[in-house]
Design a protein around this ligand. Sequence first.
Ligand code: AMP
Ligand code: GLY
Length: 442
Amino acid sequence: MNVLVIGSGGREHALGWKLKQSPRCGKLFFTPGNGGTSFLGTNVALFNDKVDTKTVDAIDYFCRQNQVELIVIGPEDPLAAGLADRLAKPGRTVFGPVAAAARLEADKAYCKQLLRNASIPTAEARIFTNHSAALAYVQSRETPVVVKAAGLAKGKGVVVCDDAAQAQDAVNLIMRDHAFGEAGDTIVVEERLVGQEVSLLALVDGRNIFVLEPAQDHKQIGEGDVGPNTGGMGSYSPTPLIDDALMAVIESQILVPTVDALRREGVEYRGVLYAGLMLTAGGPKVLEFNCRFGDPETQTLMLRLKGDLLEIMLAVAGPGPSSAGQGSPANWPKLDEVDLSWDPRCSVCVVMASGGYPGDYKKGIPITGIEAANALEGVRVFHAGTTTTRDGTLVTAGGRVLNVCAVGADLKEAQARANAACAKIHFEGAQYRRDIGFRVMK
Ligand code: AMP
Ligand code: GLY
């Protein structure tokens, strides 16, 4: 089966790496892909952020010409824009939810209302479309709040505030100055929760839910979780914070009721449902839902997943629209039958970023040492912001450049291996955290 992966991050490289291990995987294409995916498969220039008719037609035509039967959509923007809906055709499986389901991530006001209506634990919140009403509200609050643009803002539309002055600034930034454009026409102002954050990703085939191993990420640039937020500086899996009892609570009080609530609205959720949870003194609460694999959590999960990702994705996505009547072909994989077992070891992902990130940084800097890093025991390097020049040199092309991952008997060993691998890799200005996982290490 030929496969096309849409996206260009470390997540897509890791998914492609795992898909390629399937005996059923034929040709593997990425669009736009990155420097690493070009060694694993073929990068094609079809998609670059926009979901317009030209792009959809180009992907559609390419898939017909190249007998692509599975399309995997990595990022949230194209999912929210309806790419999965538009690519669905007989004889083709699209992994990634339809726009109506992706709305859970793309519209935080919608998500909050759905959670509230279904009595699913989440932060208390108010929704505003009026700037002065929002300002008056945050001025009147005595406890800290979080101000969120309701729409998609490349992960930047959330401001965690310490006091009313910061909350006013955030409301002004989003609603008056339109810092995130239309994404900030509606805002959610919610109570600031305290606790550790975990990422729980579940596979959903419309009805059944299979929860993947828990993971955590580190968003801040500096060791010890200090400094500005980034797209993620590292991740690890599993986390000892979630035991079987807590997992059962999360499934029964959060995941199952969410999928049920969507179904009551006529929305069939197929894909990854990623719950960003805060483990508070009052139990786990939903911070947000994402409609896709997490980045960089996926990199650590793919290192530990034993089963065949291609089979798993077929089971989750289903056979797609059929030209010959109803129902799945008899031999189509099913979520409760595919192998979803895990390597019991731990994995750590360390993000190597460009100097200056998350502020301004240079691009086009040559990278060396990846082969030496990959040769170390338990190590796997995924690419994110890399590209190859015409003469074949691998260079930096983004803020987060490489995802240096390793498995180990415990988190300490995995971290030590990943750090040792980072030490083998060189590009001018490279920065990374050596403490990934510290929050749960003894
Ligand atoms: P979101 O995109 O809604 O998950 O928000 C991004 C980040 O902001 C989360 O990963 C949290 O670190 C933080 N955050 C969001 N909502 C809250 C909240 N209610 N209380 C504390 N921190 C929050
Ligand atoms: N790891 C955070 C995210 O994927 O949104």
